[in-house]
Design a protein around this ligand. Sequence first.
Ligand SMILES: Cc1ncc(COP(=O)(O)O)c(C=O)c1O
Length: 394
Amino acid sequence: MKDFIYLDNGATSFPKPEEVYTYMDQYYRRLGVNPGRSGYDICMEAGEVVEDTRKTLTNFFNGTDPDRLCFSYNATDALNLIIFGILQEGDHAISTTIEHNSILRPLYHQKKYGGVEVDYIPFDSKGFVNPDDFPKKFKTNTKLVIVNHASNVIGTIQPIKEIGKYCQDHGILFAIDVSQSAGKIPIDMEEQNIDIIAFTGHKSLLGPTGIGGLYVREGIEIKHTRAGGTGVRSAVKTHLDEYPYRLEYGTLNTLGVAGLSAGLQWVLEQGLDNLHEHEMKLMSKLRDDLQDVEGVTLYVQDDLKDHISIFLFNVDGMEAMNTGTILDVDYNIACRTGLHCAPLVHDQIGTSEIHGAVRFGIGPFNTEEHIQTAVQAIKDIAEMQKKIRNPRNG
Ligand SMILES: Cc1ncc(COP(=O)(O)O)c(C=O)c1O
């Protein structure tokens, strides 16, 4: 059996740093109580872990008030809180065709059932939206612009600072989805003119699944779309208005918060630049070694500037799913195939009709040997496919 090679870090990072496993185990054994509910010692200590993590994440995004950092279950949950908590009947929203379904579907729901209008800005042939396209779509009722920072399909990093500036100048809220970018490239609320950030803990922040959150700039009030226990002021009949309780409902995933804090700590110790450089070096190697191989098509990878380490390709004449199966069964390489929860991206790059493409998501624990093996595997599959198509050449 060949060694297992995990190239599905776009779906979730795996493995996690050893420190994450160790800390989660220690935390849950020693402090696995329900913080914010009582005043005994370990309850207070568990609460400190949660509050310290809010602080670290707030600093990480260059926010100013840790209370404005609310935990959720993942980015999808956070994006639902944002989209349903901001947009009301008669409002207009702008998004892009680079989005994941965690934005597309809530927006579609709001359009279909909530009387909200939505416009989508397409990306260009290099995979970037043009910031100048946004103000052209602004209307008097435009309330929210919501954009994916880095694509989970083609890896391009969007010009959010420039989009944010247009929004700021026109008094329109600007929210970004940093599911793929947080832990890979810097994110700065102030510098990049961002109002709201939605993040997930289990990808490049290297935490476990089931934890995510959002940071909401001061002055922005997202309305409640749920209500319930917070552990605070139990006699009040309605859900609390103040942050972070405003957007937190019920017992937090404290084990997830602890794991996320350890993951983020590891990322900070390694340094974002070092991690990104390592991954992009492997990404460049993949691209360079495969770009001239007959029978292999790469998508949107001519220029790797402003990219994260997401690599998209197809072996010509093969369904992506079949390529993925061969990579798995014959080469022990794990990857993701299909539409990657982002159907509009595939519509635009022309891969919808062929049921999508194959995605490698490179992570911090991938090595040059992994990439060499993957390159050889893809070359073998392309060669095999060529022989099937032209048996006489074999
Ligand atoms: C760009 C993007 N946004 C949102 C999500 C949703 O993340 P989660 O499944 O953690 O909610 C993903 C996950 O693949 C993603 O890649």
